[in-house]
Design a binder for this molecule. Structure first.
Ligand code: GDP
Length: 397
C-alpha cells in the first residue's frame, strides 16, 4: 500500500483526481479543507485535500491506459510538482512572516492590554509588579495556567526593572520571549535520516492519550516523506482493540506488527527485528496508572532490554495539571524521556507544557493536534508554543 495526497478546489474534483490517477479501488483515508496561510491568504480560497491509499501492485498497468489518460496523468503530475514547489515556497514565506510578525504582535498586544488596564485599572489577579508591562506578562502566563511560581521565574530577569519610569516594552518582551524559548529548549524528534543501527523508540504514557495514533502518524511520516524503513511492535496486549488499531494502520502502510506479551517475548523477537534492517522501530506500550508502581514492573523490564532506545512520554493536554505532574514524576523515576504532547486541538491552555519542561528539565519532541493520520502531528516548535503562551498565536499551524 502507498499513500498519496490530492488537492483541488472542491471535494468532488479532488476525488475525481484520485479515481483518475489511482483507479476506482483507491481507498480514501481522509478529506479535509485547508486554509491558505500567509499575508495574502485572505485573497485565496480554501482547498480540499484528499489523502488516498492504493495498492501499487494492483494499480493500473500502463498498457491499459489510453493516450488521453496518459496526457491527463502527465498534466496532473505537472500540477502536483508545481503544487510541491509552491508548498515549499509558501512554507518558507509563512515561517519568515511568523518571525517578522511575532515581535510586532507581541508589542501591539501589550500596548492594547496596557491601555485596557490603564482605563479600567483592573488586573486578573492581585497586582504583583509595579511595572505594568511585567504585570501584563505575569497575568497572561498565569491565565495560560503557567503556575505563579514559574511565571515569576520567567520574569525574574526583567523584574529587576520594577519601576514605571523605565518601561522599555521592546526590551522586556524580547527577554521574556527568549527566556520561555530557552526553558522549552529545542525539540528532539526522531532524526529522519538513515542510520547504520536500528533505532528503537518506545512510546509510554497513560491509556487513551493517543500513543497508538501517534505511532501511526510518526511511522507514516518517516516512511512516506523520508523513505525510511520502519518496524512496529506492540506490547499493548491488555487491549485487543489496541493491537487491531495498530494493525489497521500498519496494513495501510504495508507493514507487519510484532506483538509481544512480555520482555522474554521481546528478547526472542529482537534479533529477527534487528536483522530486518529497519531504520526505526516504534514500540507501543500499554497505558498504565502512574499511581500503581507494580504496574511499572513489566515496563521497566522492557526498557532494560533496550537501554539505548529513545523514550517518549505521551501526555494529553486535556489531563488535569496536577495529574500530568505526578505522571511525569512517576516516569522520571523509571527512565529518561522526551515529551509528546497530544490533543492540543482540545485546549487553549498551554501552560502545562512550560511547567513540565521547567520542572522536569526534559525536552519536547512532538505535539499532536487532531485525530487525522498522518497530518495532525508536528515537531514541537518552542517559538510557536511561546507565542501561544504569550497570547499571540496558536501553538500549532
Ligand atoms: P492510546 O490508548 O494512548 O494508544 O490512545 P489512542 O491512540 O488509542 O487514542 C485514543 C483516542 O484519542 C482516539 O480516539 C484517538 O483518535 C484520539 N486522539 C489521538 N491523538 C489525538 C489528538 O491529537 N487530538 C484529538 N482530539 N484526539 C486524539
Amino acid at each position: 500500500m502507498r499513500i498519496k495526497k490530492f488537492t483541488a478546489r472542491t471535494e468532488k474534483e479532488a476525488i475525481a483526481k484520485v479515481k483518475n490517477e489511482l483507479g476506482l479501488n483507491a481507498l480514501i483515508l481522509n478529506i479535509r479543507k485547508t486554509k491558505p496561510k500567509g499575508i495574502f491568504s485572505l485573497f485565496r480560497r480554501p482547498v480540499t485535500e484528499v489523502t488516498a491509499a492504493y495498492d501499487d501492485k494492483t494499480g493500473k498497468k500502463p498498457e491499459e491506459t489510453s493516450n488521453e489518460q496518459l496526457a491527463a496523468a502527465a498534466r496532473e503530475t505537472a500540477v502536483a510538482e508545481e503544487t510541491e514547489v509552491y508548498k515549499r515556497q509558501r512554507d518558507q514565506i509563512v515561517s519568515l512572516e511568523q518571525k517578522l510578525f511575532a515581535q510586532e504582535q507581541l508589542l501591539s498586544k501589550l500596548t492594547d492590554q496596557l491601555s485596557l488596564n490603564g482605563l479600567s485599572n483592573r488586573s486578573q489577579g492581585a497586582r504583583k509588579y509595579d511595572n505594568r508591562v511585567i504585570q501584563v506578562f505575569y497575568d497572561t502566563l498565569v491565565a495560560q495556567e503557567v503556575t505563579p511560581e514559574i511565571a515569576e521565574k520567567v520574569l525574574e530577569d526583567v523584574s529587576a526593572i520594577d519601576d514605571e519610569s523605565q518601561v522599555d516594552i521592546k526590551l522586556v518582551s524580547t527577554v521574556v520571549y527568549n527566556t520561555i524559548v530557552s526553558i522549552l529548549g529545542p525539540a528532539e524528534p526522531i532524526e529522519p535520516v538513515r542510520t547504520k543501527r536500528t533505532r528503537f523508540v518506545i512510546l509510554m504514557g497513560p491509556t487513551g492519550v493517543g500513543k497508538t495514533t501517534t505511532i501511526a502518524k510518526i511511522s507514516s511520516i518517516l516512511m512516506l516523506y523520508h523513505n525510511l524503513r520502519v518496524g512496529l511492535i506492540t506490547a499493548d496486549t491488555y487491549r485487543i482493540a489496541a493491537i487491531e488499531q495498530l494493525k489497521t494502520y500498519a496494513e495501510i502502510l504495508g507493514l507487519d506488527v510484532d506483538v509481544i506479551y512480555n520482555s522474554q517475548d521481546l528478547e526472542n523477537h529482537l534479533e529477527p527485528i534487528v536483522d530486518q534492517n529497519n531504520d526505526v522501530v516504534l514500540i507501543d506500550t500499554a497505558g498504565r496508572s502512574h499511581r500503581n508502581q507494580e504496574n511499572f514492573k513489566d515496563l521497566a523490564e522492557l526498557l532494560a532490554l533496550l537501554p539505548d532506545s529513545t523514550k517518549y512520554l505521551t501526555l494529553s493536554l486535556t489531563t488535569k495539571y496536577e495529574d500530568l505532574l505526578s505522571i511525569a514524576n512517576a516516569y522520571s523515576v523509571l527512565t529518561d524521556y522526551k515529551f509528546v504532547f497530544t490533543k492540543l486541538d482540545e485546549t487553549s491552555d498551554y501552560g502545562a507544557i512550560l511547567n513540565l519542561c521547567y520542572l522536569t528539565g526534559k525536552r519536547m519532541a512532538y505535539i499532536t493536534n487532531g485525530q487525522n493520520v498522518p497530518d495532525d502531528i508536528e515537531v514541537a516548535h518552542p517559538e510557536n508554543i511561546t507565542k501561544a503562551l504569550l497570547g499571540i498565536g496558536g501553538a500549532h499551524f
